[in-house]
Ligand binder design. Structure first.
Ligand code: RTP
Length: 155
């Protein structure tokens, strides 16, 4: 039960351009819905270079940074915010290891991808980054506030 003053944890989840191109949006959204997390924001658009660079700024010194930014800006992504207790860590488990060949079967990457450079989905790696990335992709305060009518044990 929400107390009204404690803000629930949120994670920024994104279907990357390869996931959109391959028609995996419904599959990926469905996994988070069925798990029991609450969808707080969702939009499809092609991100610009500045946004992609800011999102991945911690990786700016990596040799693959330019390829990563080119990949993320190559077409529409589905940007989402999911809420729930422990959603950040749980989403990372649902998504699986960065390298899809190392990801366990049953995870999104383990079931649906083969290349690290085309690993279909992103999930925040800490609650702080969940907040930072949500503000970056949606603007502060622009995600929906609502509560599912049923199943309070899911939140
Ligand atoms: P993400 O941020 O997308 O959820 O991925 P992650 O935490 O599992 O992995 P991270 O190390 O943060 O890397 C971000 C994304 O960069 C691409 N990458 N390419 N070529 C490479 O060696 C390489 N390493 C990482 C992947 O798309 C990865 O998801």
């Amino acid at each position: 039960v929400h107390s009204g003053c404690v803000r629930a944890e949120i994670s920024y989840i994104m279907v990357k351009p390869d996931g959109v191109q391959r028609g995996l949006v419904g599959e990926i959204v469905g996994r988070f819905e069925r798990k029991g997390f609450t969808l707080r924001g969702l939009k499809l658009f092609t991100p610009g270079k500045e946004l992609a660079e800011e999102h991945y700024k911690d990786l700016s010194q990596k040799p693959f940074f330019k390829d990563l930014v080119d990949y993320i800006t190559s077409g529409p992504v589905v940007a989402m915010v999911w809420e729930g207790d422990g959603v950040v860590k749980s989403a990372r488990k649902l998504i699986g290891s960065t390298n899809p060949l190392e990801a366990e079967p049953g995870t999104i990457r383990g079931d649906l991808a083969v290349q690290t450079g085309r690993n279909v989905v992103h999930g925040s790696d800490s609650p702080e980054n969940g907040e930072r990335e949500t503000a970056l992709w949606f603007g502060s305060g622009s995600v929906e506030q609502w509560q599912p009518a049923l199943a309070p044990w899911l939140r």
